[in-house]
Design a protein around this ligand. Structure first.
Ligand SMILES: [Zn+2]
Length: 392
């Protein structure tokens, strides 16, 4: 066996010590016990030396009473096994502890939670669920912890309906659950949309916003759903809501928003919206799109001047690239044209290499927008990187 096995004799030693310290009364009885304990200890050590940890665990479990002094050691040892991926051994210890019968209620519940954790870690979701639901049935004292673990379990199983109804019970004591539940609703809505169940999906998205009215994802999903149904005005309402929720995400739907306005033949409204939002808080993507719309209406020179003015105040690689592009088309000749061409290639490379999304909690970077960080597993922590970072 590999290296942490040498820790197990230490556990035996720790248990023996705890046992020894915990029994000051009845010295003779204790001596007899210690003798038998040390025999079991030696037996356990032999099993370990023969690389038979199962027998070693068995020797330990059979030889020791569970007391306040030894309980923590038992639990630590089980946790060590769980951490090493030896779930069977961890569950064996926890089951053994539960069989002791005379444990105080909080202790018993703590062990039940640990046992559920073993099953979860080992991928035995049904067994974990069974243990936890039984605890709820018995009206346990650690109710909140049990509900939290069940929520976590349903989330891992992607059983969003159960995760929502379980997690909902935590909102009062933990308002941070709201945004997480909103993501569960969006996950469920994604599934419903994929199955063509659009009315339930719309209800689920409203529920997401009920849990967290700042939930950008619900607006994005709803906007796309309405586009799919050619409900252009509803899609525009959903996408525009993102501006109020979190401006950093607004440019994610710029192209879709433009399509909606085009379908309604309301390009003027779109230009006004871009101009208003850019005045409130400019971004390169919005200004470039605005210039494109201006170009379509008023021609190249007007648009190039507009961008050049904007870029003087807010320099960025992508903006520079656009100016070069326009100048190439407009007027440059000969050598100047060649230089501009090289510069364009360079800026193209600079803009295409960049990672554009980053987790605010762990710093994980990704080229795709993801609603749950694959690294730290938190919901809603990945955001587009701000201007000047690299979203430009
Ligand atoms: Zn993260």
């Amino acid at each position: 066996m590999s290296e942490p096995l040498w820790l197990i004799p230490l556990f035996f030693f720790a248990i023996a010590t705890g046992f020894y310290l915990g029994r000051r009364e009845g010295k003779r009885r204790q001596r007899r016990r210690m003798e038998s304990l040390s025999q079991e200890y030696v037996a356990g050590l032999n099993f370990l030396l023969n690389e038979e940890p199962d027998k070693a665990v068995e020797a330990l479990l059979n030889s020791l009473e569970v007391s306040d002094q030894t309980l923590e050691t038992h639990l630590s040892m089980a946790r060590l096994f769980r951490k090493r991926g030896e779930f069977d051994r961890a569950t064996l210890i926890h089951s053994h502890l539960l069989e002791q019968g005379e444990l105080p209620r909080p202790t018993q519940e703590q062990i039940q939670l640990e046992l559920a954790e073993d099953y979860l870690a080992g991928g035995l979701f049904d067994r974990a669920e069974e243990v936890l639901l039984e605890m709820l049935d018995q009206d346990c004292e650690k109710r909140e912890q049990v509900i939290r673990q069940l929520t976590h379990l349903y989330e891992q199983e992607r059983d969003w309906t159960s995760a929502i109804s379980m997690g909902e019970q935590l909102i009062k004591s933990d308002p941070k659950m709201g945004p997480i539940l909103a993501h569960y609703c969006c996950e469920e809505a994604d599934g419903q949309i994929a199955r063509g169940e659009l009315a339930p999906a719309r209800r689920m998205l409203r529920r997401a916003l009920g849990f967290d009215k700042q939930c950008v994802r619900a607006s994005v999903v709803q906007g796309r759903l309405e586009m799919r149904e050619e409900q252009w005005a509803d899609a525009i309402d959903a996408f525009k809501r993102i501006w109020q929720q979190d401006k950093a995400f607004f440019d994610e739907v710029l192209d879709e928003l433009r399509q909606c306005y085009q379908r309604l033949e309301k390009e003027e409204d779109f230009i006004r919206l871009l101009a208003d939002f850019s005045a409130e808080e400019p971004s390169t993507a919005r200004v470039l799109l605005l210039s494109e719309q201006l170009r379509e209406r008023y021609g190249d020179r007007e648009a190039a001047d507009f961008i050049a003015d904007y870029m003087k105040a807010n320099p960025s690689v992508r903006g520079l690239h656009r100016i070069i592009d326009m100048n190439l088309q407009l007027s440059a000749q000969g050598e100047a044209r060649e230089h501009l061409g090289m510069l364009k290639e360079l800026t193209e490379r600079l803009t295409s290499d960049k990672t554009v999304y980053q987790c605010r909690r762990c710093g994980f970077q990704t080229p795709l927008l993801q609603w749950r960080c694959p690294s730290c597993r938190r919901w809603g922590t990945i955001k587009p990187r701000s201007e000047g970072g690299s979203k430009s």
